[in-house]
Ligand binder design. Structure first.
Ligand SMILES: Cc1ncc(COP(=O)(O)O)c(C=O)c1O
Length: 385
């Protein structure tokens, strides 16, 4: 018998009743410290007054007007994103995959006049589950059984710019990567690698596309992850923390990348709806405050130090700690899921990224006291294994 819900997930048996800041409360009123944040979505934590008020205000105005009419909420969010990034223009969608789909289509359109359509992608990359986005991945679980996939993706090893150079052909149009891999295990691309990719893109007239859906919007300790290296993309996708839990995403592009997109080239019924736009505007206004990213940098390095100390204490369990800001990973000797479950017993929420990496992506609003508390719980969890 198939369950009423398509059985593609296996959720842990919690039923969250309430959330406040970095804390979630279950049906018995037990408090859990949340260092998963809905897989890097709840950047402002739970019940943040700025996000809640924006949603409540928008709820009394029309929720949906369609793209037939101007939407001031959409216009002002696009303006804010343009002011706070490299981009000249923005397309709004509802999920990360849809933002990636827009980026793929933009690259295809960019290359269409010259017969170029191939995109170079990275081993370990994850871009979502729509047919285009999953075709860009090299993960068997994501792709199995869905052939024929979208043609034209050439996957190469991570951090290997020469491998990228080697697969460029006259049909190549773009390079797509996460500047910090999320599902791939919190791997941070080096500035020299990104620099070389930018040079290759410029030399061959390719679009450099960053997928910042997981690592963007403050999580890395900068508003956008590309700001760390200063190596600027032509196209960038964002989602996850953009709506503090409200589904919304965007594909940002410079003039060159967007030049071939014109009236009717792309669309979305719900993309850019007033509710999502009002919430995302409030969230982005909060995230673009210098204090927030400064806090993420400070607390993130405090957390990183503490995790490294744990790693030296439990060398038989933890092989490496990596990441930056508040997108951190602990590479485990054994399967990371056992540690997630041990953390549950200590009322600490974490998640996995691949089989062996414990993913640590707390809300961005945490301070050092949350870190001390989480480290105590993680210590007990590691001892209990
Ligand atoms: C880097 C990256 N790109 C794309 C996606 C897909 O986003 P969504 O699940 O909202 O379609 C994700 C989701 O985890 C992601 O981490």
């Amino acid at each position: 018998v198939i369950p009423a819900e398509l059985p593609v997930f296996s959720p842990a048996n919690f039923c969250w009743q309430r959330g406040e800041g970095a804390w979630l409360y279950d049906q018995d009123g037990q408090a859990y410290l949340d260092f998963a944040a809905g897989i890097a979505v709840n950047g402002l934590g739970y019940n943040h007054p700025v996000a809640v008020n924006a949603l409540l205000e928008a709820a009394h105005r029309p929720w949906h007007v369609s793209n037939l009419y101007a939407c001031p909420e959409r216009a002002r969010l696009a303006q804010l994103l343009v002011e706070h990034s490299f981009a000249d223009t923005v397309f709004f969608a509802n999920s990360g995959s849809e933002a990636v789909e827009c980026a793929i289509k933009m690259a295809r359109k960019y290359g269409s006049a010259t017969g170029r359509y191939r995109m170079i992608t990275m081993e370990g990359g994850y871009h979502g589950r729509t047919m285009g986005a999953l075709s860009a991945s090299n993960r068997p679980l994501v792709k199995d059984g869905y052939a024929p996939l979208l043609d034209g993706f050439d996957c190469v090893s991570w951090e290997d710019a020469e491998a990228v150079a080697a697969v460029i052909t006259p049909e190549t149009v773009a390079i797509l990567l996460e500047p910090i891999q999320g599902e791939g295990g919190m791997r941070v691309a080096s500035a020299t690698y990104l620099q070389r990719l930018r040079e290759l893109a410029d030399a061959h007239d390719l679009l450099l596309i960053y997928d910042e859906i997981q690592c963007g919007l403050g999580r890395s300790g900068a508003l956008h992850a590309y700001l760390h290296s200063g190596i600027v993309p032509d196209v960038m996708t964002i989602a996850k923390s953009m709506g503090a839990g409200f589904p919304v995403s965007a594909c940002l592009a410079n003039k060159r990348a967007a030049a071939t997109m014109h009236l009717g080239s792309h669309s979305s019924t719900f993309g850019g709806n007033p509710l999502a736009m009002a919430v995302a505007y409030a969230v982005l206004s909060e995230m673009s405050k210098p204090q927030l990213v400064a806090q993420v940098t400070r607390v993130g390095s405090y957390l990183m130090q503490a995790l490294m100390q744990l790693a030296t204490k439990f060398p038989q369990r933890i092989k490496e700690v990596r990441g930056c800001g508040l997108i951190l990973g602990m590479v485990c000797e054994d399967r990371a899921q056992a540690l997630v479950q041990a953390c549950h017993r200590q009322r600490l929420l974490t998640s996995t990224a691949g089989a062996h990496v414990l993913r640590i992506t707390p809300p961005l609003i945490i301070d050092e006291s949350h870190v001390d508390d989480a480290i105590g719980r993680l210590h007990s969890a590691l001892e209990s294994l």
